[in-house]
Ligand binder design. Structure first.
Ligand code: NAD
Length: 324
């Protein structure tokens, strides 16, 4: 067992989070993650309505009595969702942990805290982490440039970002972006984090509700097989390298506007990649950690392996270096 301020504050057995993933974070994945002793997050906006989110929370509860959370991401979207109604659905469902991401959690904090909910805020810079800590969030998820999805615009990889954040953050902090195994967990702890957040690694598990061909593509891909889209729009997103993402980069590099790529990048189109396994159907988020992923284990096997490998690494390899 690896106990940290994160496991103690958030009431989970292992210092591992399965963070929000659009189209992936459903009961099918979150329930086995909760059962494994890690902290799983349903992705609120994967559900078409707040009412559907309430049903998905109930579906998760039918499968596990362990704690799990809900991710609420607030970023530019094609059709802005009713964030306040999603927040209310989370509160009324009796959820105890929320992961906020994408923008300032301030407007939602009083309601979440008023309901006794612990808030883990994911952000991609030390200044945003410090601001969230000042606002009173309960934990920080600091997300390095390696990550899938939106890495922010500062381009600071985890090796520096996590340590720089650890110098300023006094509340529990998990490290996100580029984590896939026990080595990463030990590195994060050494850099000053209290645990890790993984997305891509959890996508590539037996229970993850995406097409087998996508999982096999992650296993086959290397750390270089991603594209950064939306750079000129300052809404950078790291996605799998395919004909669609390369076309988007090309259009925007030539001075195109969001309207010129809107149809190519739509989340609805990306969703069909996960549903049908057609890897060229749209853009789909994946991180550089795919270069570290070589198999498709069950969630329980994965979490046990990561915690076991981390403990062995600390007690055998690292301990043996002292006084050698
Ligand atoms: P969507 O279909 O509304 O948009 C697709 C992509 O285009 C998203 O990356 C979105 O940020 C971007 N986008 C939309 N409007 C934009 C604009 N006016 N200017 C610049 N970029 C714009 O989104 P979706 O796939 O249905 O996802 C729903 C929400 O989940 C979005 O807020 C999206 O950003 C977020 N998301 C987050 C991650 C992550 O890494 N945290 C990954 C996937 C999606």
């Amino acid at each position: 067992m690896l106990s940290t301020p994160f496991t103690e504050t958030f009431g989970v057995r292992h210092p591992i989070v399965q963070g929000g993933m659009q189209w992936v974070g459903t009961a099918d994945l979150v329930a086995p993650v909760a059962e494994s002793g890690a902290l799983g997050m349903l992705t609120a906006l994967t559900q078409p309505t707040p009412e559907a989110l309430v049903k998905e929370i109930a579906r998760t509860r039918e499968r596990t009595d362990q704690p799990f959370g809900v991710n609420l991401t607030i970023l530019p979207t094609i059709d802005p969702p009713p964030y306040d109604e999603y927040r209310q659905a989370i509160i009324e469902s009796g959820i105890t942990v929320v992961e906020t991401a994408g923008s300032n959690p301030g407007p939602h904090l009083p309601q979440f805290h008023g309901a006794g909910i612990k808030v883990l805020h994911k952000c991609t810079s030390v200044r945003h982490a410090v601001k969230a800590q000042e606002l009173g969030v309960d934990g920080i998820s600091i997300d390095g440039f390696e990550c899938a999805g939106h890495p922010g615009e500062d381009d600071i990889p985890g090796l520096v970002l996590i340590a720089a954040a650890a110098d300023k953050i006094t509340i529990p902090m998990v490290a996100s972006g580029g984590f896939a195994d026990g080595r990463g967990l030990v590195a994060a702890l050494a850099l000053g984090a209290d645990g890790i957040n993984m997305g891509t690694r959890f996508m590539c598990t037996v229970e993850s509700p995406i097409h087998q061909r996508v999982k096999e593509a992650i296993v086959a891909a290397s750390e270089t097989d991603t594209e950064l889209i939306f750079r000129p729009l300052r809404n950078t997103a790291r996605v799998a390298s395919n004909s669609v993402s390369r076309e988007v980069v090309d259009i925007l590099d030539r001075g195109g506007a969001f309207e010129d790529v809107r149809e190519l990048v739509s989340g609805a189109r990306g969703r069909t990649v996960f549903e049908n396994g057609d890897l060229e159907a749209g853009i789909w988020s994946v991180g550089t950690a795919q270069g570290l992923i070589h198999d498709i284990p069950t969630v329980a096997e994965l979490v046990e392996r990561i915690v076991g490998d981390a403990q062995t690494l600390i007690t055998e390899r690292l301990a043996a270096l002292i006084g050698r």
